[in-house]
Design a protein around this ligand. Structure first.
Ligand SMILES: NC(=O)c1ccc[n+]([C@@H]2O[C@H](COP(=O)([O-])OP(=O)(O)OC[C@H]3O[C@@H](n4cnc5c(N)ncnc54)[C@H](OP(=O)(O)O)[C@@H]3O)[C@@H](O)[C@H]2O)c1
Length: 330
């Protein structure tokens, strides 16, 4: 498979803290839009075009689809059809932690769940190892040491090169890191949600913890609030949007409130003055702090991918622009 020889020319790569691992500041997430219910040729062209533009990192979880597991199978098929030739240039991550199958072993943070799930993920992907394996969310009912020991043994077994923790707050990250450090586990990254409309990591002090204290990386997700932070909802709710998708329930028409639309109109003015769309400005905004290693993008079409890639052309913000954005969000 012939890929673009100039694919590394424009992308920016940031290091996960002091670890050896670098990630592109835009990474492709396969939560939705890459399942069995989606058109495979579209999925394939988005994945290949992303890589053609320097996006080396593809983010998955055991439950991505729909149905669960099918997003991993989609990437597995693309790998089999030629992308595997470039495996050494790819960072593939997957996760376990949310519900994935019925019964007592398909959810949470048990050793049983993590081990079984990763085996299933590797089968779906058709590869012997992933680059990053995450515990998908903190599990208050499982002894943290059990989960961390499972991560250690997963790395020791060669089924993952690095480990990550997703949806953990600062306090839990510190506790988890202390165990992982003692066990010599290559923990490199955390994955929280973060966007102009979702600021919990700022109140939590997550970047201070993760970067300044633990010297590790952070990759944020839903930087566009699942599409809300784009131009698409300014004049109503399009039929082909996620808010109207019958398979997806995390964004609904009731999320498109008058307040949100009013903010979008103001953000649109600021974005235009920067020569950007709202999506491009919202993506640049989440990576404005260099301690943010990368942001995931979850695109449904090639045009969305191309639009989001153009974010790289204007990443900086003036203090006045940042103030105007805060005002627009009020
Ligand atoms: N760790 C976790 O718990 C967790 C949770 C959620 C997500 N994630 C990761 O983060 C990734 C991204 O999450 P997300 O899908 O919520 O991200 P997102 O980027 O906030 O939303 C993606 C949606 O935004 C819309 N969009 C993207 N670019 C656009 C553009 N240029 N113009 C107009 N609309 C655009 C599309 O919506 P339409 O379909 O309406 O066109 C697309 O489906 C996931 O794939 C996954 O890898 C992780």
């Amino acid at each position: 498979m012939q890929m673009n020889p100039k694919r590394y020319e424009k992308m920016i790569y940031r290091r996960c803290g002091t670890s050896g691992l670098k990630l592109p500041i835009l990474s492709l997430g396969l939560w939705y839009n890459f399942g069995e219910v989606n058109d495979y040729e579209t999925c394939k062209s988005i994945i290949l075009e992303a890589f053609n533009h320097g996006i080396t990192h593809f983010d998955l979880a055991n439950n991505y689809g729909p149905p669960p597991g099918s997003a991993e199978r989609t990437l597995g098929k693309v790998l089999k059809e030629g992308l595997m030739e470039y495996r050494n240039e790819l960072i593939i991550s997957t996760k376990a932690g949310y519900w994935c199958w019925d019964g007592p072993y398909g959810d949470g943070g048990s050793r049983k769940y993590l081990m079984a799930s990763l085996d299933q993920s590797l089968k779906n992907l058709g590869i012997p190892y992933v680059d990053i394996f995450y515990h998908h969310r903190f599990d208050p009912d499982t002894d943290l040491r059990e989960t961390m020991l499972a991560l250690r043994d997963i790395v020791r077994s060669g089924k993952a090169l690095y480990v990550g923790l997703s949806n953990y707050g600062s306090a839990d990250l510190k506790r988890a890191h202390a165990i992982l450090d003692q066990l010599n586990v290559p923990y490199v990254i955390t994955q929280p949600s973060y966007s102009m409309l979702n600021r919990w990591t700022e109140y939590d002090g997550l970047l201070n913890t993760q970067y300044d204290l633990l010297h590790r990386g952070t990759i944020c997700f839903s930087a566009l609030e699942q599409g809300l932070l784009t131009n698409k909802y300014i004049d109503g709710i399009p039929d082909d949007s996620r808010a109207k998708n019958k398979f997806l329930h995390f964004l609904t028409p009731s999320d498109v409130t008058d307040d949100v639309v009013s903010s979008l109109k103001k953000l649109d003015v600021i974005a235009k003055s920067r020569g950007q769309s709202i999506a491009q400005m919202a993506l640049a905004w989440v990576v404005r702090d260099p301690r943010m290693t990368s942001t995931l993008i979850g695109v449904r079409t090639l045009n969305q991918l191309y639009e989001n890639l153009k974010t790289l052309e204007h990443l900086e913000f003036t203090p006045e622009e940042l103030e105007e954005i805060e005002y627009a969000l009020k």
